[in-house]
Ligand binder design. Structure first.
Ligand code: SF4
Length: 258
C-alpha cells in the first residue's frame, strides 16, 4: 500500500478541510510534509513584551525600510509585488490610516506626513485569539500573540477580527515569491494566515527582534513591561505615547512616540 494508516487518516482529514478551502488535498498533504517545525516556542517566564516606536527618530530617516527588509527576509515573507496578494509582517502607512481617532485637520504637516511603522500590536485583549476556532492563534504568558500554521484552517476569522490589518492570508503558494529563503525559519503554504511574532524564535535565543537590531537610529525599543528599570518602561515614563485605536479596548502593546 502506497500510503500508511497515519497518512490515510491525515489524508481523509485534509480532504474535508481542503474541500472547504477549495484546495487539492494532495497539494495540501505535500505542502504540509515540506513545511515547518511545529515545535512550540516556550514563553519567557516573568516577561511581558512590548515595543516603543519613536516616530520622531523615524522621521529623521524618511524612506528607510531596513526594519521591514530585515523582518521579511528572516521570516521568509513572500513579495508578490501586488497589493491584492500582499503578505506583510511589518509595513508603513500614513498617520491618518494608522491613527484614525487621533487625526484632525490642524495636526502638523510633519506628523501628518510621517510614515508610521505598523505591525501586530500583540494586543492584551486580542480579538483575533477569541475568534479562532482551532486555537491556531493564541496569547502566550509573556504577551506574544502566536500563530501555528499547522493548525490554521484558513477560515480567516482572525483577519476579520483584527482591527489593525495586521494579518495576511496566503491566497497563493508563497514559496516561489520568497526572494532568498532563510533556512532557519519555516516557509508557509497557500491557505494559511500569518503575521508578526515579535521574533519569538530570536527571543528564545536571547536576541532582540530583527527590526530592533537592524535599526541604526534606535527608533525601535523592545523590552519587558514587568521590569520598571527596562528601557521601554523608561520611555513610557518620560514620553507621551499613543496606541492605535485605543477606544476598542484591545490594549495594544506597541506604543508610539509622536
Ligand atoms: Fe490580533 Fe490584530 Fe491585535 Fe495582532 S494587532 S494581536 S493580529 S488583533
Amino acid at each position: 500500500m502506497g500510503i500508511d494508516r497515519r497518512k490515510f487518516i491525515k489524508y481523509a482529514g485534509l480532504t474535508t478541510v481542503a474541500g472547504i478551502l477549495g484546495k487539492n488535498p494532495i497539494d495540501a498533504l505535500a505542502d504540509d510534509e515540506i513545511a515547518v517545525s511545529s515545535e512550540p516556542l516556550k514563553p519567557i517566564v516573568g516577561k511581558r513584551w512590548a515595543m516603543v516606536v519613536d516616530l520622531k527618530k523615524c522621521r529623521q530617516k524618511e524612506g528607510c525600510h531596513d526594519c521591514i527588509d530585515a523582518c521579511h527576509h528572516i521570516h521568509n515573507v513572500p513579495d508578490f509585488d501586488n497589493p491584492k496578494d500582499e503578505v506583510k509582517w511589518i509595513w508603513k502607512d500614513h498617520f491618518k490610516h494608522a491613527f484614525v481617532e487621533q487625526e484632525h485637520e490642524y495636526i502638523s504637516d510633519e506628523v501628518k506626513h510621517t510614515e508610521i511603522l505598523l505591525l501586530c500590536n500583540h494586543c492584551d485583549d486580542a480579538p483575533c485569539v477569541r475568534v479562532c476556532p482551532t486555537q491556531a492563534t493564541w496569547k502566550r504568558d509573556d504577551g506574544i500573540v502566536m500563530m501555528d500554521m499547522h493548525r490554521c484552517i484558513g477560515c480567516r476569522y482572525c483577519l476579520v477580527a483584527c482591527p489593525y490589518g495586521s494579518r495576511s492570508f496566503n491566497w497563493r503558494d508563497p514559496r516561489p515569491f520568497i526572494k532568498e529563503t532563510d533556512p532557519d525559519f519555516p516557509t508557509r503554504m497557500r491557505g494559511v494566515v500569518e503575521k508578526c511574532n515579535f521574533c519569538a524564535e530570536r527571543l528564545a535565543k536571547g536576541q532582540m527582534p530583527a527590526c530592533v537590531e537592524v535599526c541604526s537610529e534606535g527608533c525601535l525599543v523592545f523590552g519587558d513591561l514587568e521590569d520598571p528599570e527596562s528601557e521601554v518602561r523608561e520611555l513610557l515614563r518620560s514620553n507621551f505615547t499613543i496606541r492605535r485605536k485605543p477606544g476598542l479596548g484591545t490594549k495594544p502593546e506597541v506604543y508610539y512616540i509622536v
